[in-house]
Design a protein around this ligand. Structure first.
Ligand code: FEO
Ligand code: CA
Ligand code: CA
Ligand code: CA
Length: 603
């Protein structure tokens, strides 16, 4: 089915069919271009990418690897000029260095990886004729990497838990790692989540005592030797030598992209877990609420309600004030309850919805004097902030199916969370991570994920919820598309990042499509009579995941992360040659899509 008058604005395009091509496929009448690729220069003086001569020095000035979150910010007073902000989640050295030996990476390679992590801030120039964007050497251009100095802020900063031999103050951290998704704050800064940082730290299972070992274990840090071998070149990645260094990662970071000399911060008040991202809602009275998911099987959904009101305006002063909003307030974790006694695995309850209510459980309150009060017995406030997963366990939080991006709709304030998948849901694994199916997690060994909609009393402690989508092949009986006619929706699997267009439609990018076709980007109608209508807007090349996304009036941007990635992929042998084609090396890149007549997207 194509465009029709009953299709709401934003979704009026011909859906892209599932495919396995090594290409970025967009709807008929649309076209695309690459904005910036891994290795393209970001800061003045940075060299062009050269596969055979990448170095820490070159990488420190170039667009990093594996772009994930993306944001596009208009620069005031400059026509068609924007800041492109991108995360660089992780490196895949075998796809970066010819002849890479996984057993024996060189120091040069490892240091190049450090500089290929983090974020890029780069000015891009558009024009009046089409959606193309070209990187330019502007005054805001900046790289933030795994070696950039960060300030640790909030009540856990300076505590004994986060002191190391190179930082006895416990307030200065070198770098950020595994920045997955993120968001733009209403005050113009960028939030980004440090997600799977366990992969960088060796030796957790050999920690000095049982308490320490259980703490590393709960955060996935058990390997004696990491696959990356970074511990060979810097003691801070070796828990046996620097036991507290891991406690300085897994936070929400905040970057002021408008001040290239500013020190980015890590907010301890939002807790420490595998933050996918955090996103802000501001209530009518100026209260600020941040939502965040912990992306691991059977982990939790959190929110932080600030005790400070937002400082109004776009001045530098207001921005600096607002960068303290996430240091004072209360951290909560969610408990969900279904409302259907007749719930049975995989079938729609009799009331016609997977839905119910929930409670936000208090974990810790951070106060203006930099102190923190614990609401969890047996844990100090600082411990709640640094070992948040244990606090949430004890509070009785609900185990979810891998919460990824959680974003409030700017139009309705309803909160949307991608629950990407959970192969262990209801799998009955005695002695291991396990939890039965439930109305909020109705699919056994959930392969395709769900999208959750919450009607939250933002500053309060109760919410209503329902599953907007139970993803998968619409021909499969257990899938659900907001009650919409399933004969006219696109198959969708493994929702990850979410965003909104100016009409209020939800856009979802996917990672790990379990339906044997490439990942992509989907637009979903949220309002009756088309609520649940889901249409695929693009697909990304083989092996890639779709990230970003940014949906504006005339442009859609996606970060094409890890094209060609699979267990065996190397520089020499990959299934993808995107974006440059031929026999070229695949390069993670930001792409922009627009309508050929440069009209509004989906109009
Ligand atoms: Fe990095 Fe949760 O995806
Ligand atoms: Ca129900
Ligand atoms: Ca993600
Ligand atoms: Ca993901």
């Amino acid at each position: 089915a194509g465009a029709s008058s009953s299709t709401p604005p934003g979704l009026r395009f011909e859906a892209v069919a599932p495919n396995t091509e090594d290409a970025l496929k967009v709807p008929q009448g649309y076209t695309s271009d690459v904005v910036i690729r891994w290795g393209d220069p970001v800061v003045p003086g940075a060299p062009n990418w050269d596969l055979n001569h990448q170095s820490p020095e070159s990488a420190a000035g170039q667009f990093g690897f594996n772009c994930d979150f993306a944001e596009l910010l208009p620069i005031e007073g400059q026509r068609n000029r924007f800041l492109l902000v991108s995360n660089h989640e992780y490196t895949t050295p075998q796809q970066m260095f010819p002849g890479y030996d996984p057993e024996n990476p060189t120091e040069q390679q490892v240091r190049t990886e450090w500089e290929s992590h983090g974020l890029s801030i780069v000015e891009v120039q558009g024009n009046d004729r089409d959606g193309r964007l070209r990187p330019v050497m502007g005054k805001y251009n900046r790289r933030i990497t795994a070696t950039t100095e960060f300030a640790l802020v909030g009540p856990a900063a300076g505590s004994d838990l986060v002191k190391t031999s190179s930082d006895p103050s416990g307030t200065k951290v070198r770098g950020t790692l595994n920045n997955c998704s993120g968001s733009l704050t209403p005050w113009g800064t960028i939030l980004s989540g440090e997600e799977n940082v366990d992969q960088y730290f060796a030796g957790g299972a050999e920690a000095r005592d049982e308490t320490a070992r259980s703490r590393y274990k709960r955060y996935g840090m058990e390997d004696s030797v990491t696959a990356r071998r970074w511990e060979n070149f810097d003691d801070r990645f070796d828990i046996r030598k620097e036991p507290q260094e891991p406690y300085r990662f897994n936070y929400i970071i905040e970057v002021d992209p408008w001040d290239p000399t500013s020190t980015p911060v890590k907010h301890t008040a939002l807790g420490r877990f595998k933050h996918e991202a955090a996103a802000i809602h501001v209530t009518d009275d100026g209260s600020v609420v941040a939502y965040s998911g912990d992306d691991t099987r059977f982990e939790y959904l959190y929110k932080f309600v600030s005790a400070r009101k937002i400082a109004q305006g776009a001045s530098e002063e207001a921005r600096k004030q607002n960068m303290k909003v996430l240091d004072e307030g209360t951290l909560y974790v969610a408990r969900f309850e279904g409302n259907s006694a007749d719930f049975t695995e995989g079938t729609l309850p009799e009331d016609g919805a997977f839905d119910g209510t929930g409670q936000w459980l208090e974990l810790a309150t951070c106060t203006a004097d930099g102190a923190v009060t614990s609401h969890v017995e047996g844990m100090t406030g600082e411990e709640v902030l640094v070992f948040t997963r244990f606090a949430a366990d004890q509070a009785g939080a609900t185990k979810m199916d891998r919460p990824e991006d959680v974003q409030p709709s700017p139009k309705t304030g309803k909160v949307y969370a991608a629950l990407t998948n959970n192969s262990y849901r209801g799998a009955n694994r005695p002695g291991k991570d396990d939890a039965p199916t439930a109305e909020y997690a109705p699919i056994k060994e959930n392969k395709n994920g769900m999208v959750l909609e919450m009607d939250d009393d933002h500053t309060g402690t109760s919410f209503g919820w329902n599953l907007l989508l139970v993803c998968g092949d619409p021909d499969d009986a257990e899938t659900y598309f907001g009650g919409f006619d399933k004969s006219s929706v696109s198959p969708i699997s493994c929702p990850d990042n979410v965003a909104f267009d100016e009409h209020g439609n939800l856009w979802i990018s996917t990672d790990g499509n379990a339906l044997k076709s490439n990942d992509g980007l989907f637009a979903v109608s949220l309002e009756t009579p088309t609520r649940g209508l889901t249409k695929q807007f693009l697909t990304v090349p083989k092996g890639a995941e779709t990230c970003g996304p940014v949906v504006r009036e005339k442009r859609v941007l996606v970060n094409v992360q890890h094209p060609g990635e699979d267990e065996e992929a190397t520089v020499e042998s990959t299934t993808s040659h995107w974006p440059d084609g031929g026999t070229s090396t695949a390069r993670p890149s930001t792409a922009v899509v627009w309508k050929k007549d440069y009209g509004p997207i989906g109009a």
